[in-house]
Design a protein around this ligand. Structure first.
Ligand SMILES: [Zn+2]
Ligand SMILES: [Zn+2]
Length: 238
């Protein structure tokens, strides 16, 4: 059986912002599209793997913040692949401003820059997930997409066989935006809509046996680190 591979796409250097390619044979799924104008960075990773735009069969959005959904429209035009998002994320895909609940000083400062609220090319997802979990085996990908709300209401995680999961912004690691240094140290991303829902979603992924957590900012983190982060989330006041 062909091995399924996760390739990190560095949208920003030092792990500050990652998208991912899931590659299975000649087919690939792009998980998150980065900030607007990330096409060249995504193509560079495809090329490195000997692939092209036409190999991308699906674009999955872990959520619709600008740093994950900013190039969705452009990538869809290049690949003809459908965009997949959860029903509860559709308002953000169509331009509703994100609810920004800052998790600390970096989030407050970041919010003042207005960077995360900048408009980007909005869209209606082609495939809208309403179930809690959907398997993509019938499309040739041995993986599941799981609704893991908290960071935003329609956040999803992509769970692969071999205990790996792409968990978007359910957690982050490193300093500032993420990555750079201390990449083993989990932290909350700059914004989080519902802290306790994040804890519950991470617990669900741990119960499902996830051992390696690939993240939008920083990471990857192992299950021990995520477990510690969950208890921190449960302890934090408000
Ligand atoms: Zn986010
Ligand atoms: Zn993010």
């Amino acid at each position: 059986m062909t091995k399924i591979q996760i390739e990190t796409i560095p949208i920003l250097p030092f792990g500050m912002l990652n998208s991912f390619l899931i590659v299975h044979g000649d087919d690939a799924i792009l998980v998150d599209t980065g900030l607007p104008k990330s096409e060249a960075k995504i193509f560079k990773t495809l090329k490195k793997l000997g692939l092209s735009w036409s190999n991308v069969k699906l674009i999955v959005l872990t959520h619709a913040h600008i740093d994950h959904a900013g190039s969705a429209v452009a990538i869809k035009a290049l690949t003809s692949a459908p965009i997949w998002a959860h029903a509860r994320e559709v308002p953000y895909c169509s331009g509703q401003p994100p609810k920004l609940a800052a998790t600390g000083p970096f989030g407050w400062t970041f919010q003042k820059t207005g960077a995360i609220e900048r408009p980007f090319p909005y869209f209606k997802p082609d495939e809208i997930m309403t179930a809690g979990e959907i398997g993509l085996e019938d499309r040739g990908f041995p993986l599941k997409i799981i609704h893991t709300p908290g960071h935003t209401p329609g956040s999803v995680s992509v769970l692969l066989e071999n205990d790996r999961v792409i968990a978007g912004d359910l957690a982050a690691s490193g300093v500032l935006l993420g990555g750079i240094a201390l990449r083993n140290k989990p932290k909350r991303p700059p914004f989080e809509e519902d802290r306790l829902a994040v804890a519950t979603s991470l617990e669900l992924l741990l119960q499902r046996g996830c051992k390696t957590f690939y993240l939008g900012h920083g990471g990857p983190l192992n299950a021990d680190r995520i477990e510690k982060h969950v208890s921190t989330l449960r302890r934090v006041q408000a």
